[in-house]
Write a protein that binds this ligand. Structure first.
Ligand code: Q9C
Ligand code: ZN
Length: 356
């Protein structure tokens, strides 16, 4: 008989409702909605063997340990500066229209920056799917606290804890927001485990449908953090520019990044083959801290923005495979947009992870 699974969550995410994202030249309702976390919470409360706990505040230090301090400052002030400048009347999200690409300066030496943080934000954002509203900053801070408090539960002895993070995190890089992500919850936890919890080697297993470009970038040259990701082949799927099998890390991190780009219509068969390879690498790496799992359910057959074909019981099998490692685990919510199935999929994964 195992103990209830600690589930860390807060209502702070409700104030982050981006309203719209721009995709392929169209304005569409945000897939990444408050209803996602509401649905997962409802299902776990109704049918899960879970204890529900509020996060504690951890401040900014764990955030600036992985993110550029300028990004944090610009993100904090982007909404209020947009309002003050009259750039939005508050009824619409802020989405910058001008982005600072690496190619912009060329040989030029550029001397100044725009005064409004909402304009500077264009230097710290890589797509048009990551809107900012009044509650975004607070929700992103709270999601980090959710993730870190879940990690503390595991460090304190729980074999498994689940952080119901919203907004998600794995697309956020050191100096860049994007992909519905603001702070990289999983990367912040991994770095916190290294710096503050005595771990010398930490592994991150990313099972969201999309490649976690942010997590990979943050730990690219780090031999002490293993990043493993199963995802849709970026040759056809967002984020397009990373997640190819040839990307394996650099410098001290050569060999401690690995990617499994997968085909459209991937079912449990193909998924489990890749997952088994990844799990063998976790064993070989021999982490001495908990396994950090970036858990997305956009691999589900009914997901509106994915093209995999996993079914609800498959998440229990995936969970059992990971549980067989016998490692303590911090599970953090990333994507998944089939709202009606999210609760069942989360419950299945957690049930499997508990070894049931
Ligand atoms: N037509 C997460 O799952 N837009 N982020 C894709 C495809 C961005 C996904 C557009 C998808 C971001 C956490
Ligand atoms: Zn995703």
């Amino acid at each position: 008989m195992s103990n209830p699974i600690p589930v860390l969550l807060t209502d702070a995410h409700l104030a982050h409702a981006g309203l719209i994202e721009l995709t392929g030249g169209r304005e569409i309702p945000c897939w990444e909605s408050p209803e996602r976390a509401v649905a997962i919470e409802a299902e776990l409360r109704a049918h899960g063997d879970c204890s529900f706990e509020a996060p504690t505040e951890h401040g900014r230090e764990p955030i600036t340990a992985v993110h550029d301090a300028n990004l944090v400052e610009v993100f904090e002030h982007a909404w209020t500066d947009a309002l003050a400048a009259g750039a939005t009347d508050g009824s619409r999200p802020w989405i910058p229209d001008t982005y600072l690409l690496a190619a912009y300066p060329g040989p030029m030496r550029l001397g100044a920056l725009p005064s409004g943080a909402h304009h500077r934000l264009g230097a710290y954002l890589f797509d048009t799917a990551t809107p900012i509203v009044a509650g975004t900053w607070g929700a992103a801070l709270a999601a980090v606290d959710v993730a870190l408090t879940a990690a503390e539960r595991v460090v304190g002895g729980a074999s498994l804890a689940y952080g119901l993070c919203r907004p998600p995190g794995h697309h956020a890089a050191r100096g860049m927001l994007g992909g519905y992500c603001y702070f990289n919850n999983a990367a912040i936890v991994a770095e916190w485990l290294r710096r503050s919890a005595g771990a010398r080697r930490v592994a991150i297993l990313d099972i969201d449908y999309h490649h976690g470009n942010g997590t990979q970038q943050i730990f690219w040259e780090r031999g002490d953090v293993l990043y493993l990701s199963l995802h849709a082949d970026p040759a056809r799927a967002y984020p397009y520019y990373s997640g190819y099998a040839a990307e394996t890390g650099g410098g001290d991190g050569a060999g401690t990044t690995r990617n499994w780009p997968l085909a459209a219509h991937t079912t449990l068969d193909g998924y489990a083959t890749a997952l088994a390879e990844a799990l063998r690498l976790v064993v070989a790496f021999a982490p001495d801290g908990p396994l950090v799992i970036s858990a997305g359910f956009d691999t589900f057959e009914g997901d509106p923005i994915g093209d995999f074909a996993l079914r609800t019981p498959d998440y229990a099998e995936i969970g059992r495979m990971v549980a067989a490692l016998g490692m303590p685990m911090v599970v953090l919510q990333e994507g998944g947009y089939a709202v009606e199935a999210l609760g069942a999929n989360a419950l299945a994964l957690l049930t499997g992870l508990r070894g049931a």
